[in-house]
Design a protein around this ligand. Structure first.
Ligand code: ADP
Length: 220
């Protein structure tokens, strides 16, 4: 395996994208650039961007293209990304962002645009049954026969459902994805650059599929 790769990972929320991005970034020794993480950091730091992003994120909307494009352009110009590459997670999210990214990456083009494909029904089911320890963040899967109250096996904290993991909230985010982000799939398909990877399997199997797809794309 040759380290370095410039990758985009698309996919519905709850498709396991975050975990796979972390694994891919270790495997190819490239930074994992998550726009969601960058915005959450700005919110924590209380910067001007953070204040704006918090309003938008709480309302379940998308931060404006110009702002997002500026943030990503700056991040991709740093030495680690220029030298080794990156895995982009959460960007692009609109066709406008994808067009801008094409311009930003003309000198050093993206090696592979991957779509981690998990059907909407399955994602909804997975997220709706997700429970999280409020103290240590350990994830659990509820099966309808769980003891109440639910105590975390790792730290003894309370295990609850995240506020934004209710079926209503998840459906809202999935609608937004369908509206704004799924046109990206068509955009990259038209350019003949999209690699669809079946995301319905164990995390290890899905990771192996992703690596095979990336290695194939890097070989040309
Ligand atoms: P999710 O938790 O929905 O998978 P992320 O963690 O990637 O999403 O992002 C959280 C929020 O940050 C999004 O709901 C959106 O408001 C904002 N955001 C992240 N990336 C972008 C982007 N590329 N364009 C616009 N808004 C974004």
């Amino acid at each position: 395996m040759i380290p370095g790769a410039r990758l985009i990972l698309l996919g519905r929320q709850g498709a396991g994208k975050g975990t796979q991005c972390v694994r891919l970034s270790r495997h190819y020794v490239v930074p994992h650039i998550s726009t969601g993480d960058m915005l959450r950091a700005a919110v924590r730091e209380g910067t001007e961007l953070g204040v704006l992003a918090k309003q938008v994120m709480d309302a379940g909307g998308l931060v404006g293209d110009d702002i997002m494009i500026g943030i990503v352009r700056e991040r991709l110009s740093r030495p680690d990304a220029v030298g080794r590459g990156y895995i982009l997670d959460g960007f692009p999210r609109t066709v406008g962002q994808a067009e801008a990214l094409d311009l930003i990456t003309t000198q050093l083009p993206i090696d592979a645009v991957l779509d981690l494909d998990v059907p909407r029904d399955l994602v909804l089911q997975r997220i709706s049954s997700r429970r999280v320890c409020r103290d240590c963040g350990t994830n659990y899967v509820a099966d309808g026969h769980d003891k109440q109250p639910w105590i975390c096996e790792v730290c003894g904290g309370d295990v609850t459902q995240r506020d934004d993991d209710t079926p209503e909230a998840v459906n809202r985010r999935l609608d937004l994805y369908e509206e704004q982000t799924s046109p990206l799939i068509a955009y990259y398909q038209r350019q003949d650059r999209l690699i669809v990877v079946d995301g319905v399997a164990s995390p290890d199997v899905v990771f192996a599929r992703l690596v095979e797809a990336v290695d194939g794309a890097k070989r040309g």
